[in-house]
Design a binder for this molecule. Structure first.
Ligand SMILES: NC(=O)c1ccc[n+]([C@@H]2O[C@H](COP(=O)([O-])OP(=O)(O)OC[C@H]3O[C@@H](n4cnc5c(N)ncnc54)[C@H](O)[C@@H]3O)[C@@H](O)[C@H]2O)c1
Length: 248
């Protein structure tokens, strides 16, 4: 396993209680970072802290609540004295349905968590990063945001929005030693799949040239490099984790 140096860096992982976020948290910790996990699943947060150690700051926060997200950033900065890294992994898939049958409330929920929540989380951490003149951000988008998955219009639209927002913010902050990038994973076997129909999961798997699902550790590996100090040039960009599915 390659080693990255995040010694002393303070890293927030949203959605860090499980799945890709938890795998990232493990890798960041192994690289020397101090961890703050932001997630709204209190039970899974407790489980994560039991595995990562009591020094892990766990904040139970719903990322659709902009005020609570800002308070989580303030709490993290007060606790550790800094906030250098954000890996924004919290997200939902939403239900599968054709667009013309897509439930209005379900659409609003997916956009609220996956797009508005991404805005709130980035908005909360950027002021401190600007003040300190350092930051590394990775937002987790999805291959669905590039390719568009049928029967997942809300998710595909929200994740395309995450890609656009990351590119925009990357350019805004490029002169301030703050890198903002996003990654576009294909399917990984995590709890998020429970929201989806089995035939939809099969569809997504059939689209991956590697012929298998993404391992969360593979995602953590790329993301950890992207949030390291060594990533001193690349920003406003989209990194592929789709096992060959992406065509651009
Ligand atoms: N697993 C995949 O196949 C896949 C593929 C592409 C992209 N992604 C993206 O990766 C990210 C992580 O997904 P995962 O597979 O690890 O899923 P997961 O369900 O294992 O983890 C998501 C975490 O986000 C938290 N969360 C959800 N809504 C929240 C909210 N409103 N406020 C706070 N926390 C909230 C959940 O409690 C959970 O711990 C998501 O953004 C997802 O869209 C996943």
């Amino acid at each position: 396993m390659n080693t990255y140096d995040l010694t002393g860096r303070v890293a927030v992982v949203t959605g860090g209680a499980q799945g890709i976020g938890f795998a990232v948290a493990q890798r960041l910790q192994a690289s020397g970072a101090k961890l703050a996990l932001w997630d709204f699943n209190a039970e899974m947060l407790d489980t994560a802290r039991a595995k990562l150690g009591a020094e892990t700051l766990c904040i139970c926060v719903n990322i659709t609540d902009a005020t609570a997200v800002t308070e989580a950033a303030q709490q993290t900065e007060a606790h550790f004295g800094s906030l250098d890294v954000l890996v924004h992994s919290a997200g939902v898939a939403g239900k599968n349905a054709p667009l013309d049958e897509y439930d209005l409330n379900e659409w609003r929920k997916v956009i609220d968590v996956d797009l508005n929540g991404t805005f709130y989380v980035n908005r909360a951490v950027v002021p401190g990063m600007k003040q300190r003149g350092y930051g590394r951000i990775v937002n987790i988008a999805s291959i669905a945001g590039k390719e568009g998955n049928p029967n997942a219009s809300a998710y595909s639209a929200a994740k395309a929005g995450v890609i656009g927002m990351s590119k925009s913010l990357g350019k805004e902050l490029a002169g301030q030693n703050i890198a903002v990038n996003c990654v576009t994973p294909a399917t990984a076997d995590t709890a998020i799949l429970k929201e989806l129909k089995p035939e939809f999961i099969q569809y997504m798997l059939s689209k991956i040239p590697r012929g298998r699902l993404l391992d969360v550790a593979e995602a953590a590996n790329m993301i950890t490099w992207l949030v390291s100090e060594e990533n001193s040039f690349t920003t406003g960009s989209v990194f592929d984790l789709s096992g060959g599915r992406a065509t651009y």
